[in-house]
Design a protein. Structure first.
Lengths: 544, 307
């Protein structure tokens, strides 16, 4: 393994040069087998937006925020349960007014204390229209959001009226509606506290972000590399088990994979589809493939009369039954996807609302039943379905073609289904927003927080932010409202599942498969895990 | 000569305006770039409106173009969606790509012309045939195949090089990528030189030079090669622009963060400012390289005069 030794030498040199940390086990107080001073390298993509917590809505920027910030809550990397981090307690008596108490002793890495004000200022910043924060809608449940972020025109307030600082460690939150699981959403990076430096010298902060997480940003060259180092003074319980992480930007995940093979890189968290066949023989047990909170579905254009008539639910169910999910996930995705049997994700766990088989027959492949259902529903609108997708990301062409083949075979009709490729993701989103979809279209959902609510409300509630198909159903809305008002989690989950059944009976979207997160790593590393957001749990990785 | 240069420089203006306008329109036709910024969901309308205003996308296209050109002349190429100045992106990307291009051009000149001269002088011999065969193979195999193959062999199997180039992208690291980038052009340069040499070998002035009793080395370098280089220089000159803009494939394979990378990302994210800015600079490079080539003709062949 010449490659591997080479990498070890390089990493030691880098660690010595950049952080002046001991290499080769110089630390005498290292626990276990790992070298807490050693730095690992990991593949990265250039974040799309500036690295502000309320402005980062994709995985690459999220990776960094996950390392340099800690919020009131943190999602357990294994179970996905929201657990108190900075929060000492979050009290409510009516699911609408919350009192948040922060633990003592937390500081930002520049020494500033984390106070109630750090949170309130950060949230006000995120919710304020003039700051162009793309995650602003996260604050939409807080009272006063319609003033700081009106749907039209100028904002009439700069701060949310629902947020009040009581003292250094306490603040209150008033929501505009009942939302019992609100505290569980607070692990999302958008809710992170921000130091004064963020507001005082914003440009400098964005160039080199300062947070309160287990890592600090050592250097950041936009578009090519970010070096993060473990923060010795980190007060939290989840201290970094390694000396730091070098995130390297790769334009092509194939190159990252090649670098891993050559011992030039330690961790690749996006194994390219073309390599899935070889990954087992290349890496053996250094390849992980675990469920992530991502579900892929096919949505329908309900604004189009042809898909919204009575009886078309049979056509939609028929299409669902014409898709051989088992075969496609096995041959195209090499089992990195699991056939979906409900509209949520296995990462929620049964208590969280995941219910295997909720979709029942409607998601089972049966060519005869499919044919019958589509015939009963009045046949395919226009005699053909066009599945719209974008070609620039995520190898969608392969599976759309496979889905179409499956439908064509099931219906014994070569022209029943064709793909409708669109060049770029931006254009694809445009046409969806302009309601120009000619038929079913690809819809992917990566959860914001591991709650069943997040898999249903934003996607299927009438006029919700991500209800791209404009599906609408009174009964569904009613059940979601009831579930949100429910204080008992188990009852709330049950209500959500009832809503899901309504969705199933109308087949508002066809669930296809749950997506797994996959990663491969070099033999220097151990204890590598992916969290439910398919981001590596960097602080637990051991090097050496 | 001076007037010729001035005329050529003036001719560049319409070419420059036309090229930027075309690029600007093409990127705009692709639709609203804001929609791609919010992940798999619709941007909330008020934020989207605010962003459009900030990037000037709410104005008609002609007005956007005029504002943009106005800014370009003051050195402001706008801001990319990730909040970085396009000039800042250029400052990091162009040095890398220029280094890569220099390595590639050096390969073309050194290996291409040497092989061309050798084969041109030994026409029909085994050396000639084998080099011809070799160039044929290089030309017919696409760059990404050569690139991936070399990366796998040298980088993974034999461990001679690192499969990817680091952020610093030093000359040493760029040797293999430069060779890959140059490979096809290199083969063309070899063939062009070979034909040209073979043709001129029979010309009167070479025979005269030989008859004068000049040493063989001097005949070849001063008389034969100098006259044979005109088509080769034309080719290499135009190739500079092509190499800089066309390095997308090579830059992706070796993870080089140069112009190709920025352009690729700009196109995917429909970032008008980045794409138009980089293409504008590439157009300028191309025009200037062409001018230099034309001026070099006079150096190579004193019979050529400019008026």
């Amino acid at each position: 393994m010449r490659g591997a030794t080479h990498a070890r030498w390089a990493a030691c040199a880098a660690a010595a040069a950049l952080a002046a940390t001991a290499c080769g086990g110089g630390d005498s107080d290292t626990g276990g087998s790992g070298d807490t001073g050693a730095v690992l390298s990991s593949s990265w993509g250039d974040p799309q937006n500036p690295l502000e917590p309320a402005n980062t809505n994709e995985v690459q920027g999220g990776k960094v925020l996950d390392m340099i910030f800690r919020s009131l809550k943190k999602y357990d990397p294994e179970t996905g349960k929201a657990e108190d981090m900075l929060a000492e307690k979050i009290d409510t008596s009516d699911s609408q007014n919350f009192t948040v108490t922060i633990k003592d002793g937390w500081t930002f890495s520049n020494g500033e204390k984390v106070t109630a004000k750090s949170f309130v200022d950060a949230w006000n910043y995120g919710a304020s229209l003039k700051n162009n924060q793309k995650n602003a809608y996260f604050f939409g449940y807080i009272e006063g959001y319609d003033k700081t972020h009106p749907a039209k025109g100028k904002q009439s307030a700069d701060t949310l009226s629902g947020l009040k600082v009581v003292d250094d460690r306490t603040f209150t939150v008033k929501l505009s509606q009942k939302f019992s699981t609100f505290p569980d959403t607070l692990g999302y990076p958008a809710f992170a506290p921000l130091p004064r430096a963020f507001f005082d010298d914003h440009d400098a902060w964005v160039k080199k972000p300062v947070g309160n997480g287990p890592y600090t940003v050592d250097s950041y060259t936009k578009g090519s590399q970010m070096s993060l180092r473990a923060w010795d003074g980190y007060p939290g319980p989840d201290k970094a088990q390694n000396g730091g992480v070098d995130l390297k930007v790769y334009t092509d995940n194939n190159t990252a994979y090649t670098d891993l093979m050559a011992g030039n890189l330690d961790l690749v968290d996006d194994v390219p589809a073309a390599q899935l066949k070889n990954v087992k023989s290349d890496l053996g047990d250094r390849y992980i493939n675990t469920p992530a909170g991502i579900i892929q579905t096919l949505s329908f254009p309900f604004y189009d009369e042809a898909w919204n008539k009575a009886g078309t639910e049979k056509v939609r169910t028929g299409l669902s039954r014409a898709i051989n999910r088992e075969q496609i996930t096995e041959t195209i995705f090499q089992k990195t996807r699991t056939p979906a049997t409900d509209w949520t994700s296995p990462v929620l766990g049964e208590d969280g609302g995941f219910k295997e088989g909720l979709c029942g027959d409607a998601c089972e492949y049966d060519a005869d039943a499919a044919k019958k259902l589509i015939k009963e529903g009045g046949g395919l609108p226009g005699g053909q379905v066009k599945i719209t997708y974008n070609t620039d990301t995520g190898s969608h062409r392969e599976w759309v073609d496979a889905v179409c083949n499956s439908i064509n075979n099931a219906l014994d009709n070569d022209k029943a289904c064709v793909g409708n490729p669109i060049g770029t993701f931006a254009d694809f989103r445009n046409q969806i927003t302009d309601e120009k979809m000619p038929g079913p279209f690809r819809a992917g959902w990566q959860m914001d927080y591991p709650l069943i609510q997040n898999f249903l409300q934003p996607l299927y509630y009438t006029n919700a932010s991500s209800n791209d198909g404009k599906w609408t159903n009174k009964e569904f809305d009613q059940l979601v409202d009831e579930a949100n008002a429910e204080t008992d989690t188990a009852t709330a989950v049950e209500k959500f599942q009832q809503a899901e059944e309504v969705l199933r009976d109308d087949m508002g979207a066809i669930p296809l498969w749950y997506q797994n997160g996959s990663a491969g790593y070099s033999d220097r590393l151990s204890n590598v895990k992916l969290n439910p957001f398919s981001v590596p749990v960097y602080n637990e990785i051991k090097v050496g | 000569m001076g007037r010729y240069v001035v005329r050529r420089l003036l001719q560049m203006i319409p070419v420059f305006v036309g090229a930027t306008l075309l690029i600007f329109l093409m990127v705009n036709v692709m639709g609203d770039p804001i929609a791609g910024l919010c992940g798999e969901r619709q941007c909330d309308p008020s934020t989207a409106a605010q962003l459009e205003k900030e990037f000037g996308l709410d104005k008609p296209v002609w007005q956007q173009y005029l504002t943009y050109m106005g800014n370009v002349f003051t050195g402001d190429f706008g801001t990319a969606f990730n909040g970085q100045e396009v000039t800042e992106l250029m400052a990091t990307a162009f040095p890398v790509t220029i280094r890569l291009t220099i390595v590639a051009i050096l390969f073309e000149i050194v290996i291409g012309i040497t092989l061309g001269v050798i084969t041109g002088l030994r026409r029909g011999r085994p050396v000639d045939t084998s080099v011809l065969m070799f160039t044929l193979v290089v030309i017919s195999v696409p760059t990404f195949v050569t690139g991936l193959l070399l990366q796998l062999l040298l980088g993974v199997e034999w461990g001679w090089i690192k499969p990817s180039v680091s952020a610093e992208a030093t000359f040493g690291e760029l040797i293999v990528p430069g060779l890959v980038l140059a490979s096809v052009s290199l083969a063309y340069v070899t063939r062009l030189t070979r034909t040209s040499i073979a043709e001129n070998k029979r010309s009167d002035y070479v025979r005269t030079a030989v008859a004068k009793g000049l040493p063989r080395r001097r005949v070849i370098t001063r008389h034969l090669l100098r006259n044979s280089l005109i088509p080769v220089v034309t080719f290499i000159g135009t190739d500079i622009g092509a190499l800089m803009g066309g390095a997308i494939v090579t830059e992706r394979i070796f993870n080089i963060h140069g112009v190709g990378y920025q352009l690729y990302q700009g196109i995917l994210r429909q970032n008008t400012q980045t794409v138009v800015g980089f293409v504008t600079v590439l157009v300028l490079v191309f025009l200037v390289a062409n001018l230099i080539v034309d001026l070099l003709y006079a150096v190579l062949d004193p019979r050529i005069r400019y008026a």
